[in-house]
Ligand binder design. Structure first.
Ligand code: NOJ
Length: 707
């Protein structure tokens, strides 16, 4: 690649660092001059030197752009096409927060595999996924795109995604390169407001926020997208500490860094650059390779280099990384790699892909309450009401190519059992005659939630109550003495106190193309729900940020019998969430024995085996996720009260009893300190195994380092 690099003019080199949208190439440029082209101040020469494209609709479009580009290009380096394939291309899978609820990284891999097979037929080579941002704030709209609040769970899901995208290798057709995002700490936006300031201690950054990005890189992500926020006052996009010290030095990352949309230019709004020339200077010296949708490099880098402010070496290094990515994606052999209308017709939305989406959806729902009303009897007469009764808007945000018109609604899949259906959110729109019809039903299913537009990028909320007082619908139905099943469609944890009186509460999130069918199969018990919450559900907004792996504090509150005044608690709400991390019910009844450890002292060259017996004390087969947490009692720094270290999702036949074994290694006892280094200290540890972060069996052991 170095030979190729040496053949490029400086303008051609700089072009490789520019990413623009496809309409720059395919529409009549004169038409576009009044719009984005003018804004970016790019002339035709610069446009046709660009190195990559953001977003593309189809194989035809991709081939058209590539052909036009290569015809005009002197050096004929193909464009590389990147896009947001987040939870499926056209076959849409559950949103990431839902997939995280499955506690099954294999399913993330399946989602990513199908996404890669489908999206690559449109000539897409790189997906801007996975999002490895940890968040403890459900007000942040983008929690829907992430895997929750726990670094270990996020890391495992992210690894599954990357593995699925890459498949047999990014050089083969049918696979995608992955760009992990948003580096770093984007999920810690203050007060959950998108794009807001992030103020993280080095300890939180290293120990909670950074590990999942690192896991994505270890799994093979070839690109890193910077985040919109600042870290220590410096925008991530030009943050040397993040991009050079952590990424390149500490983690030895050799792939490509890319800004988020316009985030390089936005460093002016952050107030760390006065003009576009300084923007370009800070970008290239800070460690940013590609700039997405801004033109600081294209318009200013050449002069900065010729005037001696920027060493050309920095440009060369960045361009080389881009060329290597193109080479590794096989674009020099075939610039149209993957793009095929014929393949798209064969593969996209195939029966096999729909089945995969259905299977992922089955495991992504979380049963929050069930007093026995579920599973439903086949003969029960059903009334179905609420804003999602016959809505098709249930595939979730970030599904650009998803076809809402192609999938079924709840009303359609439940039609044989329905005595009444009304798709309305406002209680005032339900008439007496509606309630008379509801009275004929044995069970009322309420399909409630927040619309798809309530979460996602730039869709944060200060209030996370169920909109439009939907719980009043429940209250009204309860007056008729009906059994109720409440289904929730949402992209973030909500405040659910108003729904606690329902007989069953099923968190569906947004389940993708097979949403309705998957829900029906859970309602009727064909599928036994097995999801667990990847984020805590608060009782009140004032508890946020709320997360299970918090520190103990010097004055911990010990529970309802603790009458001490001067302890860490609220006067008006308890400390605990309404539904904790790791919580989720099943139609089975799983019982846990005591833990057996093979030793009570672990020496530094040893492991410990922890065994627990889990009994499915029911006649219903199902999955149980057995969660293992650890607490480190004394260390140089205060350690969390509990940390998820391992989990196993296991199938149980009716009444089956299984011994579940975990091997605890030193890696499970290590913590990351505020210098980003791994530390292992001897001392007492407690192991917790259970069905949720708040329902565990515990056992202690000592870790001893022999002198
Ligand atoms: C902005 C979003 O923050 C990012 O996640 C996405 O990949 C880019 N836009 C490109 O669409």
């Amino acid at each position: 690649m170095k030979d190729l690099l040496n053949q490029l003019t400086i303008k051609e080199k700089i072009g490789q660092l520019l990413q623009i949208a496809p309409f720059f190439f395919i529409k009549d440029l004169k038409i576009e001059v009044a719009g984005p082209v003018e804004e970016l101040n790019l002339n035709e020469e610069k446009i046709f030197n660009a190195g990559s494209v953001l977003g593309i609709g189809s194989a035809e479009e991709m081939m058209d752009v590539q052909e036009k580009y290569l015809k005009r290009s002197r050096i004929k380096i193909p464009l590389i096409f990147m896009a947001d394939i987040i939870h499926g291309y056209k076959t849409i899978f559950p949103v990431p927060i839902a997939m995280a609820s499955s506690f099954n990284p294999k399913l993330a891999e399946i989602c990513a595999r199908v996404s890669a097979i489908e999206a690559s037929t449109a000539g897409i080579h790189v997906t801007f996924s996975p999002m490895a941002d940890l968040s403890r704030d459900p007000r942040w709209g983008r929690v829907v795109e992430g895997f929750g609040e726990d670094p270990y769970l996020i890391g495992e899901m992210v690894k599954g995604m990357v593995k699925g995208y890459i498949g047999t290798g990014i050089n083969h057709p049918g696979n995608l390169a992955s760009c992990v995002k948003h580096f770093a700490g984007y999920g810690a936006s203050e007060a959950g407001r998108d794009y807001n300031t992030v103020d993280l201690s080095r300890l939180s950054l290293y120990s909670q926020y950074l590990p999942a990005y690192k896991k994505a890189l270890e799994a093979g992500s070839r690109l890193v997208m910077t985040s919109f926020n600042t870290i220590d006052g410096v925008p991530s996009t030009v943050n040397k500490f993040l991009l050079r010290d952590v990424l390149r030095e500490k983690w030895e990352f050799t792939g490509v860094t890319i800004s988020d949309y316009d985030s390089l230019k936005q460093i002016m709004a952050h107030g760390v650059a006065k003009d576009m020339e300084e923007v370009a200077y800070k970008g290239i010296t800070g460690g940013l390779d590609i700039e997405m949708a801004s033109s600081a490099y294209s318009n200013h880098l050449e002069k900065l280099i010729s005037d001696g402010y920027v060493d050309i070496q920095l440009l060369d290094e960045a361009v080389l990384r881009v060329l290597e990515l193109k080479r590794d994606c096989g674009l020099f052999e075939d610039p149209y790699k993957g793009a095929s209308t014929k393949l798209a017709e064969e593969l996209v939305l195939s029966a096999e892909h729909k089945l995969a989406s259905l299977e992922v959806a089955h495991e992504s729902m979380v049963l929050l309450k069930n007093d026995g009303v579920l599973p439903l009897s086949k003969t029960s007469k059903i009334a179905l009401i609420g804003p999602y009764a016959s809505s098709r808007a249930t595939i979730g945000p970030w599904s650009w190519h998803g076809r809402r018109d192609l999938h079924e609604t709840l009303e359609e899949v439940l039609k044989e059992q329905l005595v009444f259906c009304k798709n309305d959110v406002l209680i005032t729109n339900y008439t007496d005659s509606d309630f008379e019809k509801i009275a004929f039903a044995d069970v009322v299913i309420l399909a409630l939630g927040e619309s798809e537009e309530c979460s996602g990028e730039a869709h944060s909320k200060s209030n996370i109550v169920l909109p439009n007082k939907q719980d009043l619908l429940l209250k009204m139905v309860e007056k008729y003495g009906k059994k109720t099943v409440t289904l929730l469609f949402n992209g973030r944890p909500l405040l659910l106190q108003g729904l606690l009186s329902t007989n069953a509460l099923l968190e569906c999130w947004f389940l993708g193309s097979q949403s309705a069918l998957s829900i029906k199969e859970v309602l009727y018990g064909k599928i036994n729900p097995s999801g667990k919450l990847p984020m805590s559900f608060p009782r009140s907004i004032g508890q946020i940020p709320l997360y299970y792996n918090h520190l103990n504090t010097g004055r911990p509150y010990k529970g309802p019998n603790d009458h001490n005044v001067f302890v860490s608690k609220y006067l008006d709400v308890e400390n605990k969430p309404l539904f904790p991390f790791g919580y989720g019910l099943s139609y089975s009844n799983f019982e846990y024995s005591l833990i057996k450890l093979d030793k009570s002292i672990m020496l530094d060259n040893e492991t410990i085996e922890a065994k627990i017996t889990v009994l499915n004390n029911s006649d219903i087969a199902g999955y149980e996720t057995v969660e293992l947490y650890i607490k480190d009692h004394f260390a140089m720094i205060s350690r969390p009260v509990l940390e998820l270290k391992q989990f196993k999702k296991i199938w149980f036949e009716p009444n089956e009893c299984k011994e579940v074994s975990f091997i605890i290694t030193k890696e499970d006892l290590v913590y990351i300190n505020s210098d980003g280094n791994n530390v292992l200290e001897p001392g007492t540890f407690t192991l917790f195994i259970g069905k949720s972060s708040d329902q565990t069996i515990s056992e202690h052991f000592e870790y001893v380092i022999k002198k």
